[in-house]
Design a protein around this ligand. Structure first.
Ligand code: BMA
Length: 328
């Protein structure tokens, strides 16, 4: 293993070997959930959250719905990626323009190291949901930037480097409510403020686990074969939405071109903490840690809109699975 991921070694990646009786490509941490719903004093739930390596340890931005059921994002730190200290109060964003400052809701954050700082994207309430963006150097002070798109949009996921000289982001244009549709699009920007040159990436697929809507998950992972993207896909059952996780490989220079896309899901909600909670039957990946030296990938995902779980896999096995099970 090793050499497939283009990136840094992360010898302290949180990791648990696959159990002897498990044959899944992606396997769950045996002690899931890693973050429970009442981890901070007034949290109703902590899920759909993003973590990154930070100065030899770990930091992150967490979706915390409080006991009023307001949705907001909080900063957190961890020595080992397993045990998290999450601020009981939400992030206070510094923002120059009062027009975009008011809090409506902030949820489903992603964090991306890009050039010289950590950028945070999230679903931001501004006359409807859209993509909010900001940055931090230290996970203590945070600066809010312009919203990336007009409402309505969700699941804004930045690329960790420029592509052909431009910043790049996936997003999922949507509507004001609990969107019953959705394709992933690619957009580029010269300055992380103005976004354009939008390209269609992929649509839902009828009669499958990803038949209703899809959305990018963690920051895309650069590999020798393309960008590896974990994403969520939604099926509408007679009893509501079911959120599963799939994977795709996209062209390194033209990341709107799909090379492989998993026909089966990689992981669907099958454990008690994924099936039972505030919103049943949800796995929702928002972050992945990678160790380029060993090919290990550790995925943080929200479960049932209530708690946060970890799942593990090897990049080469995931790519083999993808190639053997791809339908574009
Ligand atoms: C989506 C978002 C996610 C959530 C999911 C399932 O539209 O709101 O935050 O996990 O629905 O409720």
């Amino acid at each position: 293993m090793g050499n497939t991921i283009i990136g840094q070694a992360l010898p302290n990646i949180p990791w648990e070997d696959r159990a002897a009786n498990c044959s899944e490509v992606l396997w769950r941490y045996s002690q899931n959930p890693v973050i429970k719903r009442n981890h901070t004093p007034r949290s109703n739930s902590i899920f759909n959250s993003a973590v990154v390596p930070y100065q030899g340890v770990f930091a992150g931005v967490f979706r915390v719905d409080d006991t009023r059921r307001l949705m907001n994002v909080h900063s957190g730190r961890s020595q080992d990626g397993w045990h998290w200290e999450i601020d009981p109060s939400p992030i206070e964003w510094e923002v120059d323009d009062p027009e975009i400052a008011p809090f409506v809701h902030r949820y489903d954050p992603r964090v991306c190291w890009l050039e010289d700082r950590y950028y945070v994207t999230w679903c931001n309430g501004y006359h409807g949901p859209t993509i909010g963006m900001g940055y931090t150097y230290d996970f203590k002070s945070f600066t809010q930037m312009e919203n990336s798109f007009l409402p309505h949009n969700r699941n804004g996921v930045l690329f960790p480097r420029r592509i052909n000289g431009k910043y790049a982001m996936y997003s999922r244009p949507s509507d004001n409510g609990h969107t019953p549709f959705g394709d992933i699009f690619y957009s580029e920007s010269p300055d992380l403020i103005h976004w354009g040159k939008h390209r269609w990436v992929m649509s839902p697929k009828s009669w499958t686990w990803q038949s209703t809507k899809i959305g990018a998950g963690p920051t895309p992972i650069e590999t020798t074969e393309g960008w590896l993207l974990f994403y969520h896909g939604v099926l509408t059952s007679c009893n509501g939405f079911v959120y599963s996780m799939g994977v795709a490989l996209l062209d390194l220079d033209q990341p709107w071109k799909v090379i492989y896309r998993s026909a089966p899901y990689l992981m669907s909600p099958q454990t008690l903490y994924e099936n039972v909670g505030d919103v049943p039957n949800v796995v929702f990946p928002c972050a992945a840690l990678t160790d380029a030296a060993t090919g290990r990938i550790s995925i943080y995902y929200g479960a049932a809109d209530t708690v946060t779980g970890l799942a593990f896999g090897y990049v080469d096995e995931i790519l083999d699975f993808l190639k053997a099970n791809s339908e574009l």
